[in-house]
Design a protein around this ligand. Structure first.
Ligand code: ATP
Length: 587
């Protein structure tokens, strides 16, 4: 099997020039073949003029038919050589576009996968997907057009213009004044095209979000009977998208024939003044060949130059897209597996003066200090929305914090992603299962036995009774498993990949109390030498834990269960209320 092409790591990925620099070779070949092709393009009008003159001379008996044949053969050979250059130029322009597209997408992908979940949530998924797909396409298309047109338009225009000046400089100047008018109009449309494109891209993002929302929440909308209003919201987004797509494309494409007409106006002057040149009463003395060459050259130049006006618009669209994706183009993050840490003896967890809050929001927890050593289980609890999950996420670096979180002698914020993953395992509030089998969800590509972990989370028997056992597919996001099964699969995954510190955010919320008790006992055995942070709103297990951190009102009290029962009325009340509720259930 052929190896995929090596993807370049772009330095300064937020500079558009960086992508051009990576493609110096293809660009050099585009330049050389482009110059040959475009300068060779004037061979067309030149030979057309000479052929017309030759025909005229044959009719008047000054030339023979063989002269015409040899002229035609030379013309054919030159045209073939010019077209070969065109093929080379097109091949390398396409290669430049493909490589640039791959490099840009790769950088964007790397940047997106290395962003924290919270950073990603700042924007809707629909908008991110629009940027990752259509904006990159628009950028690369603008860069491709720019690269192509520099030769197709720039070089060829200069060659044509030089030729026109040689034949009659006054007529060349006069007939050429219409082209700048087309450029001027294109320049005036710049603001409008930018604005319409920006709105079009935003609308595409909204439509993508609305589609994803409609699909992923289809059951909720069906159950609550609000499908019609969601469909009509989708239709509104679709209509808006269509309207804005038309507006965005209208100005660019509708103006091309107008640019053509304006540029071609000079042909009228050429027919008038050129005829006078042939008759010997104009600014220059021309024969038929000169007249035909001049007119043919001008026509080609006018059509080419009118395309340059369109090029402005294509580059404008690319600029709109570049502005949208530029903030996401971050330096390449390499997975560095070098580390000076001895992962077998990482030391204890020490947190001091910790304050944290979601990006852009106020601090939700302030001044927390606590610690835990290997073999200890620390319980974290508190009322609803007291910041339990936020603390768990701060401990894995997903929520920004101030103060200090140390593992042994090392500050969490100085650790690489790899070092963190070798020190801390995390099970979030959501099971976050991948669309694969139960065993793959637990092993995540590793090859060890999962049986002990399925037993530990009291899931082994159920799995063995499934027709395909652990190879059973969990479906998209775990949809084919019950809530309790999903939670236990996620916990088995965390235990299978257990590192020195285990952070478990409400791991037992979807299982009954008896199962909770059994799993907890297994956890104690399996994690005997680890630090376990057990975040839970249920306090049944807390009397058996080594330490408790109770969060309330943005502050945390760190102590033992017995001490909190004695000194913290809110904790004691919560504990008693839960125990009473449990006793009533048992009755
Ligand atoms: N992604 C987020 N961005 C901004 N604010 C958030 C985000 N997630 C949660 N919050 C807010 O942060 C606060 C703490 O939420 P958190 O989920 O940490 O509480 P919790 O104690 O785990 O709650 P619960 O017991 O309901 O699970 C809440 O006020 C919540 O509204």
């Amino acid at each position: 099997m052929s190896q995929p092409k090596q993807i370049e790591k772009v330095t300064k990925p937020d500079h558009i020039l960086s992508y051009f620099k990576l493609e110096l070779w293809p660009l050099l070949l585009v330049t050389v073949s482009g110059i040959f092709y475009n300068v060779g393009m004037i061979a067309g009008p030149y030979f057309e003029g000479r052929l017309a003159q030759c025909l005229f001379d044959i009719m008047n008996g000054y030339q023979t038919f063989s002269a015409m044949i040899s002229l035609a053969v030379t013309y054919l050979a030159v045209i073939l050589a010019v077209q070969l250059m065109r093929c080379i130029k097109r091949f390398y322009v396409r290669r430049f576009a493909n490589d640039t597209s791959r490099n840009m997408r790769h950088m964007l992908y790397n940047s997106l996968v290395n962003m924290s979940q919270e950073e990603l949530k700042q924007e809707s998924l629909g908008a991110i997907m629009t940027k990752a797909v259509t904006d990159v396409d628009a950028c690369v298309e603008g860069m491709r057009k720019f690269t192509t047109e520099i030769f197709d338009t720039g070089v060829v225009l200069a060659s044509y213009l030089a030729m026109l000046f040689v034949y009659d400089w006054r007529l060349a100047l006069l007939s050429g004044i219409f082209t700048p008018i087309a450029y001027f109009i294109a320049g005036q449309l710049k603001i409008r095209i930018t604005q319409y494109n920006m709105e079009y891209k935003k609308s595409a993002g909204r439509l993508n979000s609305s589609t994803m929302d409609r699909i992923s929440n289809s059951i909720t909308y069906r159950v609550y009977g609000c499908e019609p209003n969601r469909d009509s919201a989708y239709e509104t987004h679709l209509a808006d998208y269509e309207k804005r797509a038309v507006s965005a494309n209208l100005w660019g494409s509708a103006m091309q024939p107008i640019y053509n007409i304006i540029s071609m106006c000079g042909a009228v002057l050429i027919i008038y003044s050129g005829s006078k040149n042939v008759l010997g009463t104009g600014w220059a003395n021309w024969n038929i060949a000169a007249f035909t060459t001049f007119l043919s050259c001008f026509t080609k130049m006018a059509l080419k130059s009118s395309k340059a006006a369109n090029l402005f618009n294509a580059v404008q669209k690319a600029q709109v897209s570049w502005v949208r994706i530029k903030p996401l183009m971050k330096e390449y993050v390499e997975q560095n597996t070098d580390s000076a840490i001895d992962f077998s003896k990482p030391g204890g967890l020490t947190v001091s003066g910790l304050s944290l809050g979601w990006p852009g929001g106020p601090k939700i927890l302030k001044g927390l200090s606590f610690s835990a050593g290997p073999g200890q289980i620390l319980g974290v609890s508190g009322p609803v929305a007291s910041g339990k999950s936020a603390l768990g996420k701060a401990l894995i670096g997903e929520v920004p914090y101030e103060g200090s979180i140390r593992v042994g002698e090392r500050e969490l914020s100085t650790l690489s992603g790899y070092e963190r993953s070798r020190l801390i395992s995390y099970m979030g509030h959501q099971p976050d299962l991948v669309s694969d089998s139960i065993e793959e969800n637990i092993r995540l590509g590793e090859h060890g036995s999962i049986a002990p972990y399925l037993q530990a989370v009291c899931f082994g028997k159920e799995v063995s009774q499934m027709p395909q056992g652990a190879a059973t597919s969990v479906g998209s996001g775990g949809i084919k498993l019950s809530g309790g099964q999903q939670a236990r699969t996620a916990l088995a995954r965390t235990l299978y990949n257990a590192q020195h510190i285990l952070i478990l955010d409400d791991p037992f919320s979807a299982v009954d109390r008896g199962t909770e008790q059994k799993i907890f006992e297994n956890l104690r055995t399996l994690a005997a030498d680890k630090i376990v942070i057990l975040i839970s709103h249920r306090l049944y297990l807390f009397p058996t834990l080594d330490k408790v951190l109770f969060l309330d009102g943005g502050r945390g009290v760190f102590s033992t269960h017995d001490d909190l029962m004695e000194k913290n009325p809110t904790y004691a009340e919560l504990y008693h209320a839960q125990m009473e509720g449990e006793m009533q259930n048992e009755e």
